[in-house]
Design a protein around this ligand. Structure first.
Ligand code: PLP
Length: 442
């Protein structure tokens, strides 16, 4: 509760009611009666409005958003320039379908995205991360005339049947939905905290073993990988891992697909996460942060690969002019200052967080790049036993204090605020989390 004498700070949280408040409770009751029970709500936030990194719920409580609508609102909620771009475009042309007709802003966005990767590129637009990955799978098969894929345990690539075949994050996401696309093989994603210095090597050896035992490399169309694993726990692979993957892929004529749906669009302090290691993919998929909350995704592929015929792949809404206008404004904002801010504030956070695994009993590991930071909660720092209950308790405690965070993987907390978050807001979030991580084992 805000003390009366203090000035109101619109950039920080303020909790005025018990949570959930009365209006939130009423919405939740109606929601539970009519919405699909497959949605995974961690705590009862009912958003009413939002600006920047602050979300106000329907009872007037203000929250600091370190989830960004699952790493989506890269420029913050309702950035005035993004809102203006959407309004202007909505008044001119809402829809025409880029599948059957032409309009200029879709071309402009494709040109700008293509220019962010080396070599001539072509762009396909969809509406979600899953759709971009579906398109990548289809293109990889079409271009290579091969059928199999290698993906990683812990990976999340979406829930449509093709993307789900690549996903290996939680059993509940697959249970009851098989058979999935055949020919998808999973190997461990490197986890330096649990596997030590040899983590990258172990994953590469697992692929080499697959080639010797189960799937001949000449049958593999693509290796699909998140350059920083998102839903699996915000895992940053060791230096050299993506280069090793590239080496294996090249040796066997296999395509390298980077899913940058979560780690792309400036989140790691560079536009693309692959830029940290200099290994550019044959195909890159992006969504989430690309249009600050409007539904848009893109698959950016080497031009020589994207040679499929008219009708082979398309979607009525993909590259809708309003979503594209939001994306163009988002790109401007990212390039002007927000990618740099992500690097700067992220480095400040990591400096402070680095001491936690030594100081706080429940914290086993902290890792991240830019504003994509994971905190892993363990029962015992020696055994590294995963502590999902402690993680859930920290998330809940943070919510009660006005900080929105989400879990990732079995026992990690993910920090993925909008890229315009200030150092002061980051300090507030870390104060809340530090207290919560200590309190859950006190
Ligand atoms: C890395 C990654 N790929 C794909 C997806 C799926 O995106 P969407 O939910 O937009 O289909 C996600 C969503 O969390 C993701 O994190």
């Amino acid at each position: 509760m805000q003390a009366k004498s203090e000035a109101v700070r619109p950039d920080l949280p303020e909790i005025r009611t018990s949570l959930p408040g009365p209006r939130a409770r009423a919405v939740i009751e109606r929601d539970h009666a009519v919405l699909s029970p497959s949605y995974t709500r961690s705590y009862p936030l009912v958003a009413g409005s939002a600006q920047g990194a602050i979300v106000e719920d329907v009872d007037g409580n203000r929250f600091l958003d370190f989830s960004a609508g699952i790493a989506v609102v890269s420029t913050g909620h309702c950035h005035p320039r993004v809102v203006a771009a959407i309004q202007k475009q909505a008044a001119r042309l809402i829809h025409m379908s880029g599948t059957d007709f032409y309009y200029e802003n879709m071309v402009t966005l494709a040109e700008r995205l293509a220019a962010t990767l080396p070599g001539p590129r072509r762009v396909y637009f969809g509406n979600s991360g899953a759709e971009a990955n579906e398109a990548a799978m289809k293109l990889a098969r079409y271009a290579t005339h091969r059928t199999s894929f290698i993906a990683f345990l812990g990976a999340f690539h979406g829930r449509t049947l093709g993307a789900l075949s690549l996903t290996a994050s939680k059993a509940v996401q697959r249970r009851g939905f098989g058979p999935l696309v055949p020919g998808v093989y999973h190997v461990p994603y490197p986890d330096s905290y649990r596997q030590g210095d040899g983590a990258g090597r172990m994953s590469i050896e697992a692929i080499e073993r697959l080639f010797r035992t189960i799937v001949p490399p000449e049958e593999v169309a693509a290796i699909v990988v998140e350059p920083v694993q998102g839903e699996g726990g915000y895992l940053v692979p060791p230096a050299g891992f993506l280069a090793d993957l590239e080496r294996i892929a090249k040796a066997h004529g296999i395509l390298l697909v980077f899913d940058e749906v979560q780690c792309g669009m400036g989140r790691t302090g560079k536009l693309w996460a692959w830029e940290h290691c200099g290994v550019a993919p044959d195909i890159l998929t992006t969504a989430k942060g690309i249009a600050s909350g409007m539904p848009l995704s893109a698959m950016i592929a080497r031009a020589d690969l994207m040679q499929w015929k008219p009708g082979a792949q398309a979607s009525t809404f993909g590259g809708n002019p309003v979503t594209v206008a939001a994306a163009l404004e988002t790109l401007d904002l990212l390039e002007e200052s927000l990618i740099e801010n992500a690097a700067r504030v992220g480095a400040h956070m990591m400096e402070r967080l680095a001491a936690w695994p030594k100081r706080i009993r429940s914290v086993g590991d902290v890792r991240g790049l830019g504003l994509m930071i994971g905190i892993e909660l363990v029962r015992d720092r020696e055994t590294k036993e995963r502590a999902q209950d402690l993680r859930d308790a920290v998330v809940e405690r943070a919510f009660k204090r006005g900080l929105l965070v989400l879990g990732a993987g079995e026992n990690a907390i993910r920090l993925c605020p909008p890229l315009l978050v200030t150092r002061e807001q980051a300090d507030f979030a870390m104060d809340v989390l530090e207290e919560a991580c200590e309190a859950v084992v006190a």
